[in-house]
Ligand binder design. Structure first.
Ligand SMILES: C[S@@+](CC[C@H](N)C(=O)[O-])C[C@H]1O[C@@H](n2cnc3c(N)ncnc32)[C@H](O)[C@@H]1O
Length: 311
């Protein structure tokens, strides 16, 4: 098998800069993918030990080979980060990275069913999971479909599209992503350069993989068990994800935890867990965008914990 990366890591220089002053211990890459970020971190920090997590078997198999030069200090785990991170026993964790969303390989491989032209309707990151895009598209009623298009796609015309999909699926189930994207293009007007199915596909993918729930549970796990000095860097690809991170970082930065109706502070005002490294997210440079258009919606937020959690 080749170890040439089928995926270019986004914001690589910025991620490396975020972890430049990383302390001793473990580095957890929650979204190992094709190990672009992990390999660079392992090379740059020879004393760090590494844990790589991915729920996609193909990604783990590929990265196992790619990271074989570092196998003495690297452990790879197939599973979802929301389940694996709370169970990690390794300590201290000095750094944690998550680069959410799908990899280019997942998008490009037609048998995964993520792309508009794919001959299957799947979109599962973990092929062991029971719910696929086929089940969502052909099994959800119009109301449930409209809810996910609104919530996860912020789609105008969500109800109309949902009703049209339900009607057609009852006559003849959608068998492929291609059939679905062509159908959507006939229902929704095109807007700008993007395919009319972009937002509906995003919404279906988020539903199939419970992507926002996964992020919330990862943030809960980090909050429950973080270490002093731990650096957390999180890369998102759309505003729904970025909003979750931004809100959580604000909460972690809050010194005062008195209820809003309290007349004066009596909590000691010393509850901040640490600091977000910048108020605004870090985005890709022009040079990176010209090399990798996928970086155009990437946003990186970095948090440094100053207090460890009490075990
Ligand atoms: C954008 S890619 C990561 C690319 C990686 N940083 C690299 O440099 O190659 C996202 C990866 O995260 C994985 N992933 C997404 N959600 C996950 C979750 N909840 N648990 C574990 N892995 C997840 C996907 O399967 C995919 O391989």
């Amino acid at each position: 098998m080749t170890t040439e990366a089928p995926h270019i890591p986004v914001l690589l220089d910025e991620v490396m800069a975020a972890f430049e002053a990383i302390g001793e211990g473990f580095f957890v890459d929650c979204t190992l993918g094709y190990a672009g970020h992990s390999e660079a971190i392992l090379r740059r920090h020879p004393a760090l030990r590494h844990i790589g997590i991915d729920r996609d078997e193909e990604a783990v198999t590929f990265s196992m080979q790619k990271l074989s030069p570092f196998k003495e200090r690297s452990r790879l785990i197939r599973g979802s980060f929301s389940e694996v991170v709370p169970r990690l026993e390794e300590a201290p964790i000095a750094g944690l990275l998550a680069d959410f969303g799908v990899s280019s390989l997942q998008l490009d491989k037609s048998d995964r069913g993520f792309g508009f032209e794919a001959p299957v309707l799947d979109m599962r990151m973990d092929r062991r999971s029971t719910k696929s895009a086929y089940d969502v598209v052909n099994g959800y009623d119009a109301q449930r479909l409209a809810e996910i298009f609104e919530k996860y796609g912020e789609l105008k015309g969500a109800k109309r599209l949902a009703q049209a999909i339900e009607k057609r699926a009852r006559q003849k189930p959608f068998e492929s992503a291609k059939a679905l994207s062509d159908f959507i293009a006939g229902v929704l007007p095109s807007r700008g350069k993007n395919h009319p199915a972009t937002l509906p596909f995003q919404a279906i993918r988020i539903e199939v993989n419970d992507e926002l729930g996964e992020i919330e549970r990862l943030l809960d796990a980090i909050e429950a068990r973080h270490f002093e000095g731990e650096i957390v860097a999180l890369i998102t690809f759309h505003s729904l994800e970025d909003r979750l991170i931004k809100r959580r970082f604000k909460r972690w930065e809050r010194a005062c935890i008195c209820p809003p109706e309290a007349m004066r502070c009596n909590c000691g005002k010393n509850h901040a867990l640490g600091k977000a490294l910048s108020a605004k997210p870090i985005v890709a440079s022009k040079a990176e965008l010209s090399r990798n258009p996928r970086a155009r919606s990437a946003k990186l937020r970095v948090f440094r914990f100053e207090k460890g959690s009490v075990a």
